[in-house]
Structures are given as C-alpha cells and as structure tokens.
Design a protein around this ligand. Structure first.
Ligand code: AMP
Length: 283
C-alpha cells in the first residue's frame, strides 16, 4: 500500500493505475478520520470486494469538530492505521496535512439544508457543513466511482446523499452496516476514552435501540412509546440522552406514528464521550 500526502500525488497514482489497466477501473474511496476499528475495516474490505483500486482517506477534519477538546483529544495513530488498512486490502492511503486540504485563503463551505439542520446538525453547529465540504473536496480530489460510508453515522449518509444528488456529483454511495462489539456497543474511535464503568454503561444505548426495534416488530407504532423504552434503558444505566429521535431514514423528518421503516437515532453523553447510535425499525 502506498501512502500519499498531496492531491497531485493521489491523482497521479490513480491516473497511472487507470492507464495501466486493460479495462476501465472501478475506484473505491473509503473516507475516514483514522484510529481504525472493525467498522472502518469492514468498509475497506467491502471496497476491496467490489473495486479494482481502493483508496482510503485518512484526515481528522478540523472543520467538522464543534468542540476544540474533542479535536485535540481525537485518537491518532497513522502507523497502526496504515498496517490495518494494508491488511484489509487498501491500495492507497491518502493522508493529507491540514494545509493541503485547506490552503491559505480557503473560503468555500457547502451547506446542506433540511436533513443537516436537525439532530446532530442542531446539537453540533457547523458539523455537517464541515462534513459536506470535506466530502465534496475529497470526491473531487480522488474522483472515485463509489464511496463507502457506515450506517453508524446515518445522518451523515443522508446529508452526503442529499449533496451528491443536489450537486450532480458522479459517484455512487455504498452504505455498510454498523459493526458492533459483542455486547452491542457500536464501534467508534472515541470508545477508547471510556473508562471501564462508562464502557459497561454504554451498552445501554444499543440495548435501548434493540428493545425499541423489538417493540416496533411486535406492532408498537408510537414514537413516544419507543422513546420511553429507550429512556428507561438509559436511566437504568444512569444515562440520559441528548436526543432520542424517530425519523424518516432519508429526510430525517420526525415520525410520530410508524407506518413503514423508520430510523431511531440517539446521542448520549457517557463520561467524557458523546456517543451516537441508530437502528432501523419497522412494524
Ligand atoms: P470516522 O473515522 O469515525 O469518521 O468514520 C469513517 C467511516 O467509518 C464513516 O463512514 C463511518 O460511518 C464509518 N464507521 C464508523 N464506525 C463504524 C461502525 N461501528 N460500523 C460501520 N461503519 C462505521
């Protein structure tokens, strides 16, 4: 696996691979902020399975952090990430410096309305503008045929999908399922900051989501009832949510009564970490 630091380098490497290939290459991009876990590796493996050239983007994007301490404390270990990415089948690791992505004078931001305004959008002002802008930039830098995202960040997927449609970006989106620890906790780079007690309490998020899913499968239509089920599960672990929302999976418009698939999404502070998780539920 080759490590590349600049846009010219990544474009040259991809152009070279395309030129050397007998047939058109399918190029896959896996956008990440590093500190790899099985969630990231599942995306890289999915890209390896369906693409000829797999590019992993590793960049802790400062513009999507609304909390300075979260950015400073974000776990980073490029050498370990490079080893794991190689083993998972990546061909190129594109790990630019901040100045390569946001050179002096940088002044453009992409703002997605609607789906980006609620939940994570309202609790983390500026977050999705940072995400949309950096994703648009990396899609332009790499020009992949397909980009791989995790369902763990369901609202991010909805925002990116909206932007790709609205801006006619020529890329397909592939969404891979959330990878969980054996006890249900969704894998996240920030989980390393949980102490053993927080780590144990954090399992209440997925327990609540799975209980709500089971209730919906048994015919519960009321979003309020689903929220109450999750609230109780969190309270039993001495946790309380920033939000628990039942929404349309693509628009993130609120749903009061289920009549088809819905997404239950939540954000919960656990010790020093703010965890998010979600699950699709259906009657
Ligand atoms: P991040 O490095 O946290 O920005 O995540 C990079 C990509 O990995 C995003 O598309 C995430 O949705 C995805 N991802 C993060 N955690 C998981 C997980 N537990 N399962 C599946 N995908 C994940």
């Amino acid at each position: 696996m080759q490590i590349v630091r600049d846009v010219a380098g990544v474009r040259a490497a991809i152009a070279e691979a395309r030129a050397a290939a007998a047939a058109p290459l399918r190029v896959g991009l896996v956008p990440t902020m590093g500190a790899f876990h099985e969630g990231h590796l599942s995306l890289i493996r999915a890209a390896r399975t369906s693409c000829d050239l797999v590019v992993v983007w590793l960049f802790v994007n400062p513009t999507q952090f609304n909390d300075a301490a979260d950015l400073t404390g974000y776990p980073r270990d490029e050498a370990r990430d490079a080893e794991l990415a190689t083993a998972a089948g990546a061909d190129l690791l594109f790990a630019p410096e901040v100045a390569e992505v946001y050179p002096d004078g940088y002044a453009t931001t992409i703002t997605v309305s609607g789906v980006a305004d609620v939940l994570e959008g309202s609790h983390r002002p500026g977050h999705f503008a940072g995400v949309a802008t950096v994703v648009a930039k990396m899609l332009n830098m790499v020009q992949p045929d397909v980009a791989f995202f995790g369902a763990k960040d369901a609202q991010q997927v909805a925002v990116v999908r909206r932007m790709i449609t609205d801006l006619n970006l020529p890329v397909a989106l592939e969404v891979c399922p959330t990878v969980r620890e054996p006890d249900g906790l969704a894998m996240s780079s920030r989980n390393v900051h949980l102490n053993p007690d927080d780590r144990r309490r954090a399992t209440a998020l997925s327990r609540g989501l799975f209980s709500a899913q089971a209730a919906a499968e048994q015919g519960e239509r009321s979003a309020d009832v689903l929220r109450t089920i999750i609230t109780a599960e969190l309270a039993a672990a001495d946790l309380s949510a920033e939000y628990i929302a039942v929404v349309d999976p693509s628009t993130f418009a609120p749903i009061d009564e289920l009549d088809g698939p819905a997404l239950v999404a939540l954000a919960v502070p656990v010790g020093p970490v703010r965890l998010i998780d979600n699950l699709e539920v259906a009657l």
